[in-house]
Design a protein around this ligand. Structure first.
Ligand code: NDP
Ligand code: MG
Length: 416
C-alpha cells in the first residue's frame, strides 16, 4: 500500500454541518491543509446548493444534505454518483451521524439538534455554534455525560482557554488531589477548578469601540457589518458590533468550563492577538497568542489532543509592536450586561436572550429596526419572560418559540 493510500485509509472523518458558511468553508481549508489526516465525510447546508455542489465535487463526501427542499433538484441532477443526498430538516441529523467528529458550523438555534445528537452519539463535537450550548445548556450538559461525548470549542476565545488550561495540566504529572485538576484532565467536564481564579475573555471591541451611544443612532448596515479584525457571517458580525457576541461567549465559557460568572471577565484587546487568558489562583496568567485566523482553532478542535502543522496561526513578532487592553463601555454596549444577567438568572433565561437576539439581529439586517433597537428588543423580551426550568428538548423549543414571538411583536412596535 502506498503512503497516500495508507494516509487516506486512516483519515479521520469529519461531518461539516454548515459547510457553506464562513466557518464551514474554513473547515474545508483546514481539511485540505491536513494532507489526508482528515476528510469530509458529510457536508450539510441550508440552501446554497451551488457552493455545496462545488464542495461535494472537490471533497467527495459520503453524504450531502440540504435543508431547503427548493434547492434539492439542482443537487439531485448534478451530484457525483454514489453521493447520498438527504433533503429537508433530517439532513442535519443524517449528516451528523457520519464521521468521527462533527463540526457544528450552523448559525443560530437551528444548530441545537446537531449539538445534542452528536454528544448523545458519543462523538467529538467541534463546536462553533455557540447558540445551541447557550440556549439548550441543561440538555447539552446531560448529553455531555454520554460515554465518548466531548466538546472541543472552535470559538477562538474558548479554544484559547482550552489551550491555557491544557497547558497547566500538561505539566502536572502526579494525579492531583483536588477536583480542579481532575476536571482539566477530563476534557473540561463542568467542574469549577479551584486553581483558576479568572477567565479573561478578550474582545476586539467591534467597529464601534470608543463611540458613545448618542453617536450610534444612525448606524448603517454596512458600518455594522465591517468588523475590524475578523471576516465572519452576518449574524455574528452584528453580534460583535453590539458586544452581544461577547455576552454570549461569557455564557458559553461558563457552560464549557464551569467557572462562575463572577470569575469571567471581558477585556477589550483591539489587535485580536491574545485570544483569551486564564488567571490562576497565584496570580499567574497564561494566554494564547496567534494570528486572528479561525483556521487555527478549527484545526485544534479536529486534531486535539495532537496538533498538526499548518501556516494559519504564526505571528511575526518583529511586526508586533504593542498589545493594548481596555474595558468595555457598559453604557454603549448594554447587551453585554444583558447576557451576564440572563446567564446569572439561568434556567430558560439564556434561551430567551438568544432567541430575542436572533430576531432582533434579523430585524436589523432586514432594515426594520435600528442598531440601537437591537438591545431594546432583547432587553424588553427578557423583562417579559417568565423563567421556567428546562428539563428536556421540548422545553427548550417551547421557550425559544415563545421568546421569538414576543421579540417579533416588540420589534414591530419599535419599527418606524
Ligand atoms: P454563516 O452565516 O457564514 O454560515 C452559516 C452556515 O449554516 C451556512 O452553511 C448555512 O447554510 C448554514 N445554515 C444556516 N441556517 C441553517 C439551518 N436552519 N439549518 C442548517 N444549516 C443552516 O455563519 P458563520 O460561519 O459565521 O457562523 C457559524 C457559527 O459559528 C455561529 O454560531 C457563529 O456564532 C460561530 N462562530 C463563527 C465565527 C466566524 O469567524 N465566522 C467565529 C466564532 C464562532 P447556507 O449557506 O446554505 O445558508
Ligand atoms: Mg469568538
Amino acid at each position: 500500500m502506498s503512503d497516500d493510500q495508507q494516509r487516506t485509509k486512516q483519515a479521520k472523518k469529519v461531518a461539516v454541518i454548515g459547510s457553506t458558511g464562513s466557518i464551514g468553508k474554513q473547515t474545508l481549508d483546514v481539511i485540505s491543509a491536513s494532507q489526508g489526516e482528515f476528510e469530509a465525510a458529510a457536508l450539510v447546508a441550508k440552501s446554497n446548493a451551488e457552493l455545496l455542489l462545488e464542495q461535494a465535487k472537490k471533497y467527495r463526501p459520503e453524504i450531502v444534505g440540504i435543508v431547503e427542499e427548493s434547492a434539492a433538484d439542482f443537487l439531485r441532477e448534478n451530484l457525483p454518483e454514489n453521493t447520498e443526498l438527504v433533503v429537508g430538516k433530517t439532513a442535519l441529523s443524517a449528516g451528523s451521524s457520519f464521521g468521527d467528529t462533527v463540526l457544528n458550523a450552523v448559525v443560530g438555534f437551528a444548530g441545537l439538534e446537531v449539538t445534542v445528537g452528536t454528544l448523545k452519539a458519543g462523538k467529538r463535537l467541534a463546536l462553533a455554534n455557540k447558540e445551541s450550548l447557550i440556549a439548550g445548556a441543561p440538555i447539552v450538559q446531560s448529553a455531555r455525560a454520554f460515554p465518548g461525548a466531548e466538546i472541543v470549542p472552535v470559538d477562538s476565545e474558548h479554544c484559547a482557554i482550552h489551550q491555557c488550561l491544557k497547558a497547566m495540566s500538561a505539566v502536572s504529572e502526579a494525579p492531583s488531589r483536588n477536583t480542579a485538576d481532575v476536571s482539566v484532565r477530563d476534557s473540561f467536564k463542568p467542574l469549577a477548578p479551584t486553581s483558576v481564579s479568572r477567565l479573561l475573555i478578550t474582545a476586539s471591541g467591534g467597529p464601534f469601540y470608543g463611540r458613545k451611544k448618542s453617536d450610534l443612532a444612525k448606524v448603517t448596515l454596512d458600518e455594522a457589518l465591517t468588523h475590524p479584525t475578523w471576516n465572519m457571517g452576518p449574524k455574528i458580525t452584528i453580534d460583535s458590533s453590539t458586544l452581544m457576541n461577547k455576552g454570549l461567549e461569557v455564557i458559553e465559557a461558563h457552560e464549557l468550563f464551569g467557572v462562575p460568572y463572577d470569575g469571567i471577565e471581558v477585556v477589550v484587546h483591539r489587535q485580536s492577538i491574545i485570544h483569551s487568558m486564564v488567571e490562576f489562583c497565584d496570580g499567574a496568567v497564561i494566554a494564547q497568542l496567534s494570528s486572528p485566523d479561525m483556521r487555527l482553532p478549527i484545526g485544534y478542535a479536529l486534531s486535539y489532543p495532537d496538533r498538526f502543522s499548518h501556516p494559519y496561526g504564526k505571528l511575526d513578532f518583529t511586526q508586533l509592536n504593542r498589545l493594548d487592553f481596555g474595558v468595555p463601555d457598559p453604557d454603549t454596549f448594554g447587551s453585554l450586561a444583558l447576557a451576564y444577567e440572563a446567564g446569572r438568572m439561568g434556567q430558560s433565561a439564556p434561551a430567551c436572550l438568544n432567541a430575542a437576539n436572533e430576531i432582533a439581529v434579523q430585524a436589523f439586517l432586514d432594515s426594520k429596526i435600528s442598531w440601537l433597537q437591537i438591545e431594546e428588543v432583547v432587553s424588553e423580551t427578557l423583562n417579559r419572560h417568565n423563567l421556567v426550568k428546562l428539563t428536556d428538548i421540548d422545553d427548550v423549543l417551547y421557550v425559544d418559540k415563545e421568546a421569538r414571538e414576543m421579540a417579533e411583536k416588540i420589534a414591530e412596535q419599535l419599527a418606524p
